[in-house]
Ligand binder design. Structure first.
Ligand code: ADP
Ligand code: ASP
Ligand code: MG
Length: 407
């Protein structure tokens, strides 16, 4: 008998039939004697629909009211799942984030969980109920509804598992585990039986949306046993996120490839090559809450240099405007940009002990005529920024070059 948190994503609860299927799976675990806490997303497409609806009324809605609107999708699915369970004779109770009391900060649309009161849940579990909790939402200390950022139901699941000390947190989705890369882009991608937290953190932060990055951070910090599985398959062990590398196994050099389409590049041309320039360029950008990712400053010629960096594409126009505002003050000759960039990253703890990974990556891209515009590295990843139109090709050739398509 175990205490299990299961999270089901949007596709897994996308219509009444699928909700009934989730109920069947939950009822099966419940009948085996496990205590079950279920975290749900909104039906697939629903959060996007709600955001679009809000934008029809207001192009830049107040974040507080946006959260009031976009948190409703999850309230629908938790009620429906409880009804489905009750139809099967299983006692079930739904909770919104506020009803549990998932306390967050007040950063609307990207709030962080501060504390979870597990008392109601534990009481219901002891009384023999299945507990069904709305993902993606919480309340701040003034009682305002908040949401946790896109994909945030994963984080609700893991944070709840940590709070009630669950034996395992199972993330059920539309793929049967974490793959070497997004199987929708590379059909030859292979499912991994295990992946380390470190690698999963990099994959998530570099664009693999199979798990929200904060859920992986939580699981690592609170030692939650975390597994990704398919809600459409009866059998299968999915992928276990592990703390330790498996010392008994030959480590692959690269475990996976992540990518992100939504990048843009900005270059500030002809700035004076002197101390303080990077600060003068990036300071105002940071003050406007724009995240900067890769940065390059070229060698100076004749006392001037070019300074390039990438931002998320939705922030591109904002960043350009800010820089045009300070261009005169900095003494820059011009500001240029490209809003159709993408980032491809190879990730693997095996990189630490294998030199030559970067050169193999760069050669592979060169052989396809793909121009690398920026590079950034850490101990276990190498990222390159390229023109978005080569993204799929780059991921496919790298997947092959590093032998990821072979078992
Ligand atoms: P859910 O609605 O269940 O939360 P998501 O759409 O958020 O599901 O995440 C699952 C999707 O993540 C998959 O359908 C897949 O296309 C995508 N994905 C991206 N990278 C990977 C990867 N490395 N392994 C598995 N899935 C991935
Ligand atoms: N429904 C929210 C979203 O679409 C949260 C989630 O599904 O994890 O982002
Ligand atoms: Mg998701």
């Amino acid at each position: 008998m175990a205490l299990i948190v299961q999270k089901y994503g949007g596709t897994s609860v996308g219509n009444p039939e699928r909700i009934k299927n989730v109920a069947k799976r939950v009822a099966k675990f419940h009948a085996q004697g496990h205590k079950m806490v279920i975290v749900l997303s909104a039906m697939s497409g629903e959060t996007n629909r709600l955001i679009a609806l809000a934008k029809e009324i207001s192009p830049a809605p107040s974040p507080r009211e946006l959260d009031v609107v976009i948190s409703t999708g999850e309230q629908v699915t938790i009620g429906l799942l409880c009804m489905a369970l009750e139809e099967m004779g299983v006692k079930a109770r739904s909770y919104t984030g506020g009803q549990v009391r998932i306390l967050t900060d007040n950063a609307f649309t990207k709030a962080r969980i501060l504390d979870i009161d597990g008392a109601n849940i534990l009481r219901d579990l002891d009384a023999g109920s299945v507990v069904v909790v709305a993902g993606f939402q919480g309340v701040d200390d003034a009682g305002n509804i908040t949401t946790l950022g896109r994909g945030g139901s994963d984080t609700t699941g893991v944070a709840l598992a940590a709070a009630i000390k669950a034996d395992e947190c199972q993330i059920y989705t539309d793929v049967d585990g974490v793959y070497t890369t997004d199987p929708r882009v590379v059909p030859e991608a292979r499912k991994l039986d295990t992946i380390t937290f470190e690698e999963m953190l990099e994959m998530a932060s570099l664009g693999s949306k199979v798990l929200q990055i904060r859920s992986v951070e939580f699981a690592g910090k609170y030692k939650v046993k975390l597994r990704v599985l398919s809600s459409f398959q009866e059998e299968g062990e999915g992928t276990l996120i592990t703390v330790e590398e498996d010392k008994n196994m030959e480590q692959p050099i690269i475990s996976g490839i992540a990518f992100n389409r939504d990048e843009a590049k900005i270059t500030v041309l002809g700035v004076p090559d002197k101390p303080g320039i990077a600060y003068q360029i990036l300071g105002p950008v940071a003050d406007a809450n724009v995240d900067v990712d890769m940065i390059i400053q070229n060698v100076g010629h004749d006392g001037t240099t070019d300074f390039s960096f990438t931002v998320n594409r939705p922030d591109y126009e904002k960043a350009i405007k800010i820089l045009e505002g300070v261009q005169g003050h900095i003494g820059a000759r011009a500001i240029e940009g490209d809003r159709t960039m993408a980032k491809v990253s190879i990730v693997g703890v095996g990189m630490r002990s294998h030199p030559g990974v970067a050169s193999r990556m760069f050669r592979t891209l060169a052989e396809e005529g793909i121009n690398i515009q920026m590079i950034s590295t850490s101990e276990i990843k190498i990222s390159v920024a390229i023109d978005e139109k080569y993204l799929e090709l780059a991921v496919r050739v790298l997947h092959r070059a590093f032998g990821l398509d072979q078992a």
